[in-house]
Design a protein around this ligand. Structure first.
Ligand code: GTP
Ligand code: SPV
Ligand code: MN
Length: 611
């Protein structure tokens, strides 16, 4: 057993509550050693991970890792929000009593880190000094070194964040125990994994995975589930799966800030890293603030709706990232970026990495190349020939400071004022390129009825068409009716209301191809939205919002078939009326849904019927 007191002393952890917590879980998990880490330990831990074979070199200053092959995405089924109040049960939060889940998780964790090091990761999810920073403090305990390396990239990590807290108890206790991955029955009736946020005790207990949102507890479990719950209880903020960007018009000098949600693996990172289309590059610039999480609040002094990104890094989808779709992403994972690639294809001889869509075809000379599972491509059987080389949910991890279009003020305490909130997702039909919504209740209603295809970012959901309110379905922490109420209250408290919009980059033709080129060209509809906000364009009013007139969209340098363009700027009334009846059923699931939301629903329904 480790001498925890001595380790905490040496690391300078003075917060007595943190010390007790570390002691408690060191005992429970039976870890052999305890080590406190800060960002300055990265280089040493990287070396240790290389020596232990947990990482492999991927060229200069870049690394490659594989996760266990049954552990490659979030598991929604095994993820639970537990509290001591049954009234917190929602439709999507998979609520269970804290009194049941805590003992269960403690039982699973008991002795499960024997022989291992338990790393203590004090972190901050927020820019230092931000108004919401007190809700961003946490301490992750993990028995997994690659998880530490990811956390150092994704969060601000250091002892200073937990000492000298105004309330020494105001930190999230985030315990991660990996478990014996080959023997956890992933996906079977005997699944041993549990990913539990005990929200009203601000305690996160995750057992049975070392991947992404299951294991980097600052990110999804704290940054989204816990933050959503805290924001509601404190009545102070929203914690959302949103990107956050600045669009600068160099002619006027004005920067607009747009935040908003698309479900997992549906384009947030790509939008945040967007390089303007060449033809518009002289006039506009897009700044990255955040690509996965935004916390929104109303500034007490100015009355403005503000947003900030609590993260310190990017955990981005590799698939289809290339020079054309996302040159910025490639710039952020360049030589010496200290990026970590997970579950892409790897060539140990040349230290290269590759994923589907990196280049049109995989490397012609397959010598040495291994797929994401570590199997040699050269030894594939006929039946395996067409299997992807990289896992579809393979990812890159890099820090915000490495992102070429990072906003100059990304790390500042203030956050940025929000001009617009957008929702979107993978929707094959019905949803046009963009429709703007000026009424707050109709905007919130639109978010609550976001319907899209689920993706490979969660186990077993790819392609399923489902409602994903505000793109937060997998991160919902409390009842949806209360959530809608809280959302309305926050937005309505702002002096100036944001404009809302629904966007869709994923409409398809009958032959399955995307009708809109997407990626960099997604700036065009957003520029129109900002012009609408400024009263420079008027658009066409439809029952479901304002659509751009074709001539109002800046199409300079765009190559698109005229029929395709017409198709993405059109509303199919019959199809929408069909959708409305599904929405009625969807919303009826939620008790306590605010009357304003039903009124918005009924207004849209009536407008469609009258059209
Ligand atoms: P999470 O990190 O899982 O929350 O995902 P995300 O919403 O940040 O999604 P991301 O930007 O990583 O994109 C996911 C996938 O969608 C990638 O394979 C992208 O290449 C693809 N994608 C993103 N934007 C577009 C687009 O405008 N058009 C098309 N066709 N594909 C896109
Ligand atoms: C998502 O699934 O929405 C992600 C990746 O951002 S993970 O961290 O695995 O949740
Ligand atoms: Mn996400």
């Amino acid at each position: 057993m480790a001498d925890v007191e001595a380790v905490l002393d040496a690391a300078g952890i003075t917060n007595p509550r943190v010390r007790e917590y570390v002691q408690q879980y060191a005992e429970l998990t039976g870890a052999e050693r305890v080590e406190v880490v800060s960002a300055a330990d990265d280089e040493r831990l990287i070396q240790e991970a290389l020596e232990a074979g947990e990482l492999q070199p991927a060229g200069k200053g870049r690394y490659y890792s594989r996760s266990y092959h049954k552990d490659t995405a979030r598991s929604e089924e095994r993820t639970v929000v537990a509290t001591n109040d049954p009234k917190d049960k929602g439709v999507y939060n998979n609520w269970k009593p804290a009194s049941e889940m805590k003992p269960l998780l403690h039982e699973k964790m008991k002795g499960a880190s024997a022989g291992k090091t338990m790393y203590v990761i004090p972190y901050l999810m927020a820019p230092a000094g931000n108004a919401l920073a007190p809700w961003g403090v946490g301490v992750e305990l993990t028995d997994n070194r690659p998880v530490v390396l990811h956390m150092i990239r994704m969060a601000r990590v250091g002892v200073q964040y937990v000492n000298d807290l105004e309330d020494p108890n105001q930190f999230v206790r985030a315990v991660h125990v990996t478990g014996d991955l080959p023997n956890l029955g992933q996906g079977t009736d005997d699944d041993q994994r549990w990913f539990v946020t005990v929200a009203d005790e601000r305690t996160i207990l995750h057992y049975g995975s070392s991947y992404g949102g299951n294991a980097l507890l600052g990110k999804i479990a704290h940054g989204l589930r816990q933050a959503a719950y805290d924001g509601w209880v404190s009545k102070k903020f929203l914690g959302e799966q949103y990107m956050l960007i600045g669009i600068k018009d160099k002619e006027t000098g004005k920067t607009y800030h747009v935040t908003g949600g698309f479900p997992s693996a549906s384009g947030k990172t790509n939008l945040a890293m967007m390089l303007p289309p060449d033809a518009l590059g002289d006039r506009y610039e897009v700044y990255f603030y955040g690509d996965d999480i935004a916390w929104l609040w109303v500034d007490e002094k100015t009355g403005k709706l503000m947003a900030m990104n609590p993260e310190n890094g990017v955990f981005g989808v590799a698939k289809d990232t290339n020079e054309t779709t996302n040159p910025t992403a490639l710039g952020s994972i360049d030589e010496n970026s200290e990026a970590i690639f997970t579950n892409v294809a790897y060539n140990p001889t040349t230290q290269e990495v590759w994923w589907e869509g990196r280049t049109k075809n995989p490397p012609a000379d397959v010598t040495g190349w291994e797929d994401w599972r570590g199997h040699l491509i050269s030894e594939r059987t006929e039946a395996q020939k067409n299997d992807p080389w990289a896992h579809p949910n393979s990812r890159f991890t890099t820090t915000l400071s490495k992102v070429p279009n990072i906003a100059p003020d990304w790390d500042e305490a203030a956050g940025v004022p929000v001009d617009a909130i957008i929702f979107g997702g993978r929707t094959r039909d019905r949803e046009p390129l963009i429709r703007a919504i000026t009424d707050v209740a109709e905007g919130v209603y639109d978010g609550l009825t976001l319907g899209a295809e689920a993706t490979f970012a969660a186990e077993g959901t790819e392609g399923v068409l489902r409602y994903d309110p505000m793109s937060n379905r997998p991160f919902m922490a409390y009842g949806e009716g209360e959530y809608a109420r809280h959302y309305l209250d926050i937005i309505n408290a702002a002096d100036e209301k944001p404009l809302f919009a629904h966007v869709n980059w994923f409409q398809r033709g009958e032959d399955g191809r995307f009708l809109w080129p997407g990626y960099r060209d997604n700036l065009r509809p957003l520029l129109w939205l900002m012009q609408l906000k400024n009263g420079e364009v008027e658009g066409v009013q439809t029952p479901v919002g304002i659509l751009p007139k074709k001539e109002e969209l800046n199409l300079e340098g765009l190559e698109i078939d005229a029929d395709d363009l017409d198709a993405v700027l059109r509303i199919d009334n019959a199809r929408w009326q069909q959708e409305i009846s599904h929405r009625t059923e969807h919303l009826e699931q939620f008790p306590n849904l605010p009357e304003e939301i039903w009124e918005a629903h009924n207004r849209v329904k009536a407008a469609l019927e009258a059209d």
